[in-house]
Design a protein around this ligand. Sequence first.
Ligand SMILES: Cc1ncc(COP(=O)(O)O)c(C=O)c1O
Length: 426
Amino acid sequence: MKHVISDKFYQLTNKLIPGGVNSPFRSFHEVGGKAIFMKSGLGAIIKDVDDNEYIDYVGAWGPLILGHRPQKIMNALKDITDKVMVTGAPHELEYELAFKLNKIMPSLEKIRFVNSGTESCMSAIRLARGYTKRDYVMMFEGGYHGHLDITLVSENHQSSTGIPDNVKINTVMAKYNDIDSVELLFKKHANKIACVIIEPVAGSMSVIEANHEFLHKLSKICIEQKTILIFDEVLTGFRVALGGSQSLSGVKPDLTCLGKILGGGMPIGAYGGKAQIMDYLMPLGLVYQAGTFSGNPLSMACGKAVLNALSEDGVYEYLEDMTHIFASNLTQFCQSKNYPIHIQRVGSMFSIVFSAKPVLNYADSLMIDTIKFAQFFHYLLDRGIYLPPSAVDAACISKAHKLEHIEKTLEVCYKALSNIYNLSTS
Ligand SMILES: Cc1ncc(COP(=O)(O)O)c(C=O)c1O
């Protein structure tokens, strides 16, 4: 596969944009090589600037649950842009999307729309602090909540320089799926913890479903401690089920953060939850949050169209069937060959984990063989299969993926793995 034009863009872009990317996820720094410049997409297929085609399992890192440019979303976009782009004033579509969202996720009694998942997590945490009048935030090692200071403080995983120590000291880190670690932190910081933020299905240390019993206990402790429970469903919302992962576990968070799929392909974030907490936001309360593009008509129109499409009969059954066929066949193949690989998935989000045992938390994720994953990634890429360029980040199947795409992908995966393991044992 040739990448002549892409390589040229890569060189040029690197001169003006750090690392050639506007989000580090897109670079190939974890797997080696140069990021590929894409130019178009339709259905399950994405095409690069050299006209190479790939079956796309990145799905724009989550949003494209209906595939690229689905007709219903394109129609909604055309209808709204025939009338308006942005107004800076309230628009009826904000009500319509909020109404639909409240029906789909009843824990969102009131909702605020913002522009990204990061913004939704940042705003929900500020609201929790304003409401409880406490400073501390509990999160889970290996969790990802966007690029806000307060959750990029781990000494071990995704973190950043440039975050002052007096910000870092307000974040305490528990272990995913480990209620003892949560209890210990509550004992140590009694009456100080404003909120616990958790991805109920983790997507950045491979796909890990939080144990439902663990989530129920976590919710109980939060109620006892008068701490706000925030579910970060930016990735899982409308992905693992229409009602998000909260509809699977039955645990009702105080606040929920959303993004990705909710915009139907347009930029969006949203957070919502108990009315008595949400009413602490300005102009009713004293917690400030604002945004020029928040609730803009384009994102609202596409959001409404995607939720309508996802509410149709059979969508989640289809996604489940396709992902099950992929995951069960690949698992069987790996087991039959004794390859140390696990397919971890919830609904249509999955990761192919190169590890001898399943990954249940951040420490387990460190055991993943990232070198073998990089070989696997490039083998697939060269044969027209586009996976996230990361051994731990979730891949996604969309409604546009047909059985023929899954079968072709399986075939290439089998060859890739035979190649990698036969080479490594010879
Ligand atoms: C669980 C989770 N929360 C928050 C974010 C941040 O969202 P955004 O990239 O839209 O700012 C992401 C992005 O990948 C995510 O997966």
